[in-house]
Design a binder for this molecule. Structure first.
Ligand code: GDP
Ligand code: ZN
Length: 323
């Protein structure tokens, strides 16, 4: 039988088949997945093959195969530094909830999120929330950000989780996809989820706040089916997911507008800093690349590796080195 992993609690997995039957499954033997040293062999979002064990009192399953993942996101395991914990796999869209000033979401935070999404190979969508509270200045700022990010190719949506404005467009964007939501605490994630499906009541907020001191509490990601034909992965208690191993000369590849120009730089290993005949810097001078993007790129480039490895937080707690 084949199914999709909806929940993992360490040794048990809830697996749902296409027919909609849910089985509690265990893993058969040991899984070694090439190239990943992970603390958990099977993750939420995995497609697995399993056999039923009907000898027990209740029917359970034994997972014997994991289908190849199209992507997966991880956080570092603190205790076993070489190992990672796979938070979720096979994600179609990472949504970042952005507020202009309540709380402020900096372009630095946005850009690091986008770099992470690029590195994981997952489509990222920006969702500007609380548009009902905008005055003219906030509207200008939001439209400017939308211009910058649209130009690079990122979809931008404008919503009010409180009034319901824009929610239908967001639903259309989520339909038939597996989605995850991120953003600073207070941007409106809980309100938004409630607007998408009243009563769903994801635990993101309560648990992450309750355990905000203990980062690695034993809470696990979980997938939910929404009524309008979408799936959402909730990550209670999971504070960070980050990029594992990125070289400095790779960073520019995760800025799509830089990557597109890379071939036109004089040096093929151009870091777009001091090098002569750099197409990225020329585009910057011509206002074809946003200064904020370039500055955030430099910040990430110059920061220590930790800086851009693991400082995007699923619950928005931003303990990075920003002033
Ligand atoms: P979370 O920490 O991301 O889950 O944020 P919450 O959903 O708890 O929202 C934080 C605060 O912002 C709450 O007081 C919400 O009522 C409020 N809020 C959320 N979305 C909106 C919105 O679209 N408009 C307005 N005016 N307030 C909102
Ligand atoms: Zn260059």
């Amino acid at each position: 039988m084949t199914g999709l992993v909806y929940k993992s609690t360490g040794s048990w997995y809830l697996v749902k088949t296409e027919e909609g039957n849910v089985y509690e499954c265990r893993i058969k033997g040991k899984f070694r997945i090439k190239g990943i040293k992970s603390t958990n062999p099977v993750a939420v979002g995995d497609v697995v093959d399993f056999d039923l064990d009907e000898t027990a009192d209740t029917v359970t399953g034994l997972i014997h195969t994991i289908h190849e993942r199209k992507n997966y996101i991880v956080r570092k395991s603190v205790n076993l530094s070489k190992q990672v914990h796979i938070i979720a796999s096979n994600i179609d869209k990472l949504f970042l909830l952005v507020t202009i000033n309540n709380p402020p979401t900096t372009t630095s935070f946005i850009d690091r999120f986008l770099v992470t999404a690029e590195a994981y190979g997952v489509e990222a969508v920006l969702v500007f929330n609380k548009i009902d509270t905008f005055n003219d200045d906030m509207l200008d700022e939001q439209l400017y950000l939308q211009f910058i990010y649209n130009r690079i190719g990122y979809k931008c949506l404008r919503v009010s989780a409180a009034s319901g404005k824009g929610i239908d467009e967001l639903k259309a964007e989520m339909k038939d996809c597996v989605s995850m939501f991120s953003g600073h605490s207070g941007v409106g994630k809980s309100t938004l989820v409630n607007a998408l499906q009243p009563g769903l009541d994801l635990k993101t907020k309560e648990i992450s706040e309750q355990h905000s001191q203990g980062q690695h509490t034993t809470t696990f990601a979980e997938m939910f089916d929404l009524d309008f034909g979408a799936k959402i992965i909730d990550t209670p208690g999971i504070r960070g997911f980050g990029i594992v191993d990125m070289e400095k000369d790779e960073l520019g590849d995760y800025f799509p507008e830089f990557f597109a120009l890379k071939d036109q730089c004089k040096f093929n290993n151009c870091l777009h800093k001091e090098e002569p005949h750099c197409a990225v810097k020329e585009a910057l001078e011509n206002d074809e690349i946003a200064w904020s993007r370039y500055q955030n790129y430099l910040k990430m480039l110059e920061g220590d590796e930790e800086h851009y490895r693991s400082d995007i937080y699923a619950d928005g707690k931003n303990n990075d080195n920003e002033e």
